[in-house]
Design a protein around this ligand. Structure first.
Ligand SMILES: Nc1ncnc2c1ncn2[C@@H]1O[C@H](COP(=O)(O)OP(=O)(O)O)[C@@H](O)[C@H]1O
Ligand SMILES: O=c1ccn([C@@H]2O[C@H](COP(=O)(O)OP(=O)(O)O)[C@@H](O)[C@H]2O)c(=O)[nH]1
Ligand SMILES: [Mg+2]
Length: 253
């Protein structure tokens, strides 16, 4: 299992030099910053890094729908950032009201909140292959995930969909979501262009981005997704959650 090993101040206490650094910083009132900046995770000794796929695309581009198909076929564990946030609202946690107001307004929840929720799911899962859906939404999200979780995605999917189509889909989604209305949708599209586009460009420059034309039937779109995972089949085969029907599972005949 993959676990976060560094927590708050533990790295500071691990060596004499870092101990004195900690004292000096405390003297200068920097202890809070230190505890934040040392909150970096690493895979357990001997443990493999998890296989991570980020799933990006505008609101209504079909991320969730395609994630269901990917899970069915490849057995990855689906973590929807939006669902985790909505769960906080439903459970009336301390951040619930704040999250609700941001979602209603199409705004992005503070990185620390979302990353902590994702981190908890990653750490408590027996799986080592994840689909992280609808995250990172901003460059700040991306950097916070890297810093707090300490992992990089292996694959980044981008469902590329025209705005008109996304609007039609969202207005017909019918899941009772507070943000599925034209006013919020217009704000979300602007935020997508301003904040999510740079994340997409970042992964494009890193050679990790796979752009999928998100117009067409669900099955047609999935046909574009399938070959993206082929080069990773060895890693994916080792997943404990792989569906027996997966084409990546070796069958003895
Ligand atoms: N290829 C498609 N063609 C038409 N409608 C789709 C397609 N894919 C998804 N939908 C529908 O569009 C809406 C938004 O899809 P969803 O998967 O929730 O998108 P996202 O997670 O990107 O917001 C849902 O009602 C879904 O059933
Ligand atoms: O990493 C995330 C993911 C979602 N959200 C918020 O949750 C809303 C819904 O996100 P979700 O991914 O569920 O929407 P989708 O794109 O699937 O329609 C977004 O507009 C944001 O307000 C967020 O702040 N950070
Ligand atoms: Mg979704």
């Amino acid at each position: 299992m993959w676990r976060r090993v560094a927590s708050s101040l533990s790295p500071i206490l691990s060596s004499p030099s870092s101990r004195s650094l900690s004292r000096n910083q405390a003297a200068f009132g920097l202890i809070i910053r230190e505890s934040f900046s040392t909150e970096i995770s690493k895979p357990e000794e001997g443990a493999k890094s998890p296989f991570i796929t980020f799933v990006l695309g505008g609101p209504g581009s079909g991320k969730g729908t395609q994630c269901e198909k990917i899970v069915e076929t490849f057995g990855l564990t689906h973590l929807s950032a939006g669902d985790l946030l909505r769960r906080e609202i439903a459970m009336h946690t301390k951040n619930g009201d704040m999250i609700l107001n941001l979602i209603k307004d199409g705004k992005i929840v503070p990185s620390e909140v979302t990353v902590k929720l994702l981190q908890k799911e990653l750490e408590s899962s027996n799986s080592s292959k994840f689909l992280i859906d609808g995250f990172p939404r901003t460059e700040e999200n991306r950097v916070a995930f890297e810093r707090i979780v300490g992992a990089d995605p292996d694959v980044v999917l981008f469902f590329d969909c025209p705005e008109e189509e996304m609007v039609t889909r969202v207005l017909n989604r019918n899941q009772g979501r507070v943000d599925d209305n034209i006013t919020t949708m217009k704000k979300r599209l602007k935020i997508f262009e301003a904040l999510n586009r740079p994340v997409i460009d970042y992964y494009k420059n890193k050679g990790k981005l796979y752009t999928i034309n998100a117009v067409g039937t669900v099955d047609d779109i999935f046909k574009q997704v399938l070959p993206i995972f082929t080069p990773f089949q060895e890693q994916l085969k080792q997943s404990r959650h792989v569906n027996p029907k997966s084409p990546l599972v070796e069958h003895s005949s």
